[in-house]
Write a protein that binds this ligand. Structure first.
Ligand SMILES: Cc1cc2nc3c(=O)[nH]c(=O)nc-3n(C[C@H](O)[C@H](O)[C@H](O)COP(=O)(O)OP(=O)(O)OC[C@H]3O[C@@H](n4cnc5c(N)ncnc54)[C@H](O)[C@@H]3O)c2cc1C
Length: 464
């Protein structure tokens, strides 16, 4: 059979890789995608989607437990842990099949196996011990990342686990220590604590969800307390003894050393990139601190080789990976896309209440030298939130006092992850606060809180 000549080969089919492949196909390129595991990468199979399926199960259970607040009596609700896990796996499997469908529709070839760069614009793909070389005009590396391991707690997959095991456990642990209070740690804390696990979160930095606004962090802290989740901040795990039936986690805090007993330790300290054995050194692609160095259009130092997603610097988020894939492909296909504005990337954390933010925090805006106007609107004053029985949280907006630029928005509350896109679009369109105040928001919705918070920044708030 004649060798297929590809315009583009993408190594990795996560949200960076599959979106790049589909966009390239739309632009008329012949595309092949190399994938060693499931189509859809971490996001669809082991990240964004299966976690949200688990969180939904926990959320339904939480609602049932509070059903009487809404005038409903439910007797003897109980959980079926393995059914929750199975549902999550089924959702992930269906999403992965969806990528298979999209590839077929877009006439994209799937090349199953482990891809490695070779000189001469080649990718060697190893599958079942057989090696085949493929050639392409352009090659995108989108090999993503995996759980990071700390020397004090090497992942053994049984007692010290990473996110993959955390979403496929056979039984619900009674006691769990989660190390790291970023989005992944917080989401698993919600899932397990809602189901009845005794959860302790250990965070190295002074605040939980350390990238978020300090007031958001404090509000989340109160919510943790209400849910019975213990928090240790300014705390470092120095060792985990897994020899006995229980794990003994040694934690160094400002007050001294403490030992916590638990069944399972979840390492949620971030991710490390899949850089190894993919031929970067053979071809001469330059890396720095575990990430591939790229320019504004994701070109590496080697002509014809690009990198996108978790493997490059920038926030390790699915929507970032996808946007990078589209920008990279449009540029290499001869279009003229704008580089990505990394200051306008929303971040979401799925506890209950949810957290969503974009742009400068209040502290960062002040530190950057802006004179700012800050507006805040609590959900206790929102009719929709009250009616929904979800009055926890607030919306905070930050504007530049001089020119009215919308510098940032920070929210904690029910469904705020669905509200943050308004801010992203408004900032992209360089909208001012007054345009937001004059944009009629539907009543009753949680989104009114954004309009009201903006009005509060300009001393025009009505419902406070
Ligand atoms: C538990 C968890 C929850 C998350 N939740 C969210 C969320 O809610 N929202 C969000 O935006 N982000 C979330 N993320 C982050 C998100 O999953 C990643 O940012 C995103 O998947 C990165 O996409 P990517 O394309 O860079 O690579 P990945 O999704 O990591 O995919 C890389 C793919 O490359 C393949 N691969 C690697 N090496 C090779 C090779 N040599 N040859 C062939 N194939 C290879 C892998 O098998 C994998 O399929 C979450 C992550 C985790 C772990």
């Amino acid at each position: 059979m004649a060798e297929v000549k590809y315009d583009l080969i993408v190594v990795g089919s996560g949200p960076g890789g599959y979106v790049a492949a589909i966009r390239a196909s739309q632009l008329g390129l012949k595309v092949g995608v190399v994938e060693r595991a499931e189509l859809g990468g971490i996001c669809l199979n082991w990240g964004c989607i299966p976690t949200k399926a688990l969180l939904k199960s926990a959320n339904v259970f939480e609602y049932i437990q509070h059903a009487q607040d809404y005038g409903i009596h439910v007797k003897d609700a109980s959980i079926d842990f393995s059914s929750m896990i199975n549902r999550s796996r089924e959702v992930a499997g269906a999403m992965s099949k969806g990528i298979q469908f999209l590839f077929k529709k877009n006439k994209i070839d799937v090349i199953q196996g482990f891809g490695k760069l070779k000189t001469g614009k080649k990718v060697e793909v190893e599958n079942d011990g057989k090696k085949t070389d493929y050639t392409a005009e352009h090659i995108i590396i989108a090999t993503g990342a995996r759980s990071k391991e700390l020397p004090a707690m090497p992942i053994d997959g049984k007692k010290i686990i990473g996110y993959r095991q955390a979403m496929t456990l056979k039984d619900r642990p009674k006691r769990m220590v989660i190390v790291g209070s970023g989005a992944i740690g917080v989401e698993f804390a919600y899932f397990y604590s809602t189901l009845g696990t005794d959860v302790t979160i250990v965070e190295f930095l002074p605040n939980i969800v350390p990238v978020e606004d300090e007031e958001v962090s404090k509000t989340l802290g109160r919510s943790f307390k209400k849910a019975g989740v213990k928090i240790m901040t300014d705390a470092e795990v120095t060792a985990v003894n897994t020899k006995g039936k229980a794990c003994k986690v040694s934690v160094k805090t400002k007050k001294g050393e403490e030992v916590i007993e638990c069944d399972i330790v979840l390492s949620a300290v971030g991710v490390t990139t899949n850089l190894e054995s993919i031929g970067l050194e053979d071809v001469g692609v330059v890396t720095d601190k575990g990430k591939i160095i790229v320019d504004d259009y994701y070109k590496t130092n080697i002509p014809g080789i690009y990198a996108i997603g978790d493997i490059v610097h920038g926030p390790a988020l699915a929507h970032v990976a996808s946007a990078e894939g589209i920008t990279c492909v449009e540029k290499l296909a001869g279009l003229n896309p704008d580089p990505i504005d990394y200051n306008n990337i929303p971040g979401c954390t799925y506890w209950s209440p949810e957290i969503a933010s974009v742009g400068y925090t209040e502290k960062a805006a002040r530190e950057a030298g802006y004179e700012i106007k800050v507006g805040k609107f609590p959900f206790t004053a929102s009719g929709k939130a009250k009616a929904a029985g979800a009055p926890e949280g607030f919306v905070k907006v930050i504007f530049d006092a001089k020119y009215g630029e919308w510098l940032g928005a920070h929210m904690i509350g029910a469904n705020v992850t669905e509200m943050i896109a308004e801010v992203v679009v408004a900032r992209k369109l360089e909208t001012t606060g007054h345009e937001i105040i004059k944009s009629i928001h539907p009543h009753p919705t949680m989104s009114e809180a954004l309009m009201e918070a903006t009005a509060a920044a300009y001393d025009e708030v009505i419902h406070l």
